[in-house]
Write a protein that binds this ligand. Structure first.
Ligand SMILES: Cc1cc2nc3c(=O)[nH]c(=O)nc-3n(C[C@H](O)[C@H](O)[C@H](O)COP(=O)(O)OP(=O)(O)OC[C@H]3O[C@@H](n4cnc5c(N)ncnc54)[C@H](O)[C@@H]3O)c2cc1C
Length: 378
């Protein structure tokens, strides 16, 4: 299975070489992925960047297994299936190397700044030190960068100094399923009471016996979950079998040692504070969108959305386009199909602006030899 890129930890901004490309797409949600496809069809290279460790934006982060019924020509698919199909479609322009790495898809990294360059292009910089020079920017940032909600405990919610054994995402299966895996035989606490937390508990319970955590605890403020009934039933069964412990209460403090958290203090419903020792803490309390750095990039915003012209989807800064849920214009509807339309028109507008001397002939994917060549079909 192909590996989608992850940035491991933070890097020295100066140590990463500058990337030159035609365009940058900010956001690997459904609209950002389709934007990359449309740009590729028009012969424009692109790099796609998303703060989440997975592609798919809201479709994967908020409703991966829920059905979508209103994609043209697709009577039914889930959020995750749609994201995978969009990636498959964009594959000619987001190619994987021999190791499965997609070099122009950058996940787990947040775009921090977009600034205009003297040559009329843009410099895009991320929090992990990626620097990209491009001619046009496509903001497909949805409701903003999705960042995980954390626990409101001193020492755990400072985004710049997260203890090394505090996680917000489950490690990839290959990092969990052998005896040398870092969570084998460890005391693991999963905090949360929704689908994400319960799915993580089930996934951790299912790793092979010799790689399984020695103690698996679900920490939630009360003995009621906000999860799919089927997930809850599975987790209740694991509790009944003694494979998973339930700890009830609000975390009130954390013991820290050498950059790691060694225990949580939890105030229980009986008003008693208990100490829960731990080796790994996985906080799965959902994601919240943060508009964050985007507000400082200079485009005109209207109620936290980027104002665009409805024929080109260009923002108030020429060369910066905004598509999907992040934009606003008269008649805007926040539906996938509208975002796909916007991405198509924005790509054509950008191609015309970047190649003013070349006539823009509309080509069909069914019949155009040029498009077949770009799609790698001939
Ligand atoms: C529960 C639910 C059900 C829905 N059902 C339907 C439906 O049935 N039909 C339909 O048409 N629509 C539906 N929608 C709406 C649909 O999901 C959105 O319209 C769509 O996801 C918008 O896509 P997008 O790519 O614009 O934004 P998103 O999906 O929000 O993706 C934006 C991406 O940009 C990333 N990002 C933002 N800022 C940065 C940054 N600075 N740096 C790096 N990355 C960044 C975010 O992390 C995110 O991954 C539903 C929405 C919800 C919440």
């Amino acid at each position: 299975m192909e590996r989608q890129n992850r940035q491991a930890g933070s890097a020295d901004p100066l140590s990463l070489p500058v990337i030159d490309t035609d365009t940058v797409v900010i956001g690997a949600g459904p609209v950002g992925l389709f934007q990359a496809f449309q740009l590729g069809l028009l012969g424009l290279s692109t790099h796609v960047i998303d703060v989440l460790p997975e592609i798919g934006g809201q479709c994967v982060a908020l409703y991966p297994d829920k059905p979508i019924y209103d994609i043209p020509g697709v009577p039914l698919c889930t959020g995750r299936e749609l994201a995978q199909q969009l990636l498959a479609q964009a594959r000619p322009f987001l190619p994987a190397d021999d190791s499965g790495r997609i070099n122009n898809l950058h996940l787990s990294d947040q775009v921090a700044s977009v600034s205009q360059r003297a040559d009329g292009g843009f410099a895009v910089a991320t929090v992990h030190g990626l620097n990209v020079r491009c001619k046009a920017v496509f903001i497909a940032a949805g409701a903003g960068a999705f960042v995980p909600r954390t626990l409101n405990v001193p020492g755990l919610n400072d985004a710049t100094h997260v203890p090394s054994n505090v996680h917000h995402y489950l490690p990839a299966p290959h990092a969990l399923d052998n005896t040398t895996a870092s969570w084998a035989n460890q005391a693991v606490i999963v905090a949360g009471g929704g689908d994400e937390a319960l799915s993580a508990i089930i996934a951790l319970d299912q790793v092979p016996t010799d790689a399984r955590p020695a103690l698996l605890t679900l920490l939630h403020r009360r003995d009621q979950f906000q999860a799919e009934p089927a997930l809850e039933a599975q987790v209740r069964e694991l509790m009944a079998q003694g494979r998973v412990q339930l700890a009830l209460g609000m975390p009130s403090g954390a013991s820290l040692e050498n950059g790691r958290v060694t225990a949580l203090q939890v105030l229980g419903p009986d008003e008693q504070t208990r100490t829960l020792p731990l080796d790994q803490l996985l906080i799965r309390q959902g994601l919240s969108p943060k508009l964050g750095p985007l507000t400082g990039w200079g485009m005109t915003l209207e109620r936290k959305q980027v104002s665009v012209s409805p024929d080109t989807f260009e923002s108030s800064i020429p060369g910066i386009y905004a598509v999907g849920d992040i934009n606003t214009y008269p008649g805007k509807i926040r539906l996938l199909v509208c975002g796909f339309h916007e991405a198509t028109l924005a790509a054509h507008a950008a191609a015309a602006a970047l190649r003013p001397d070349q006539p823009q002939h509309l080509q069909y994917t069914t019949t155009s030899a040029l498009l077949h060549q770009r799609l790698g079909l001939i």
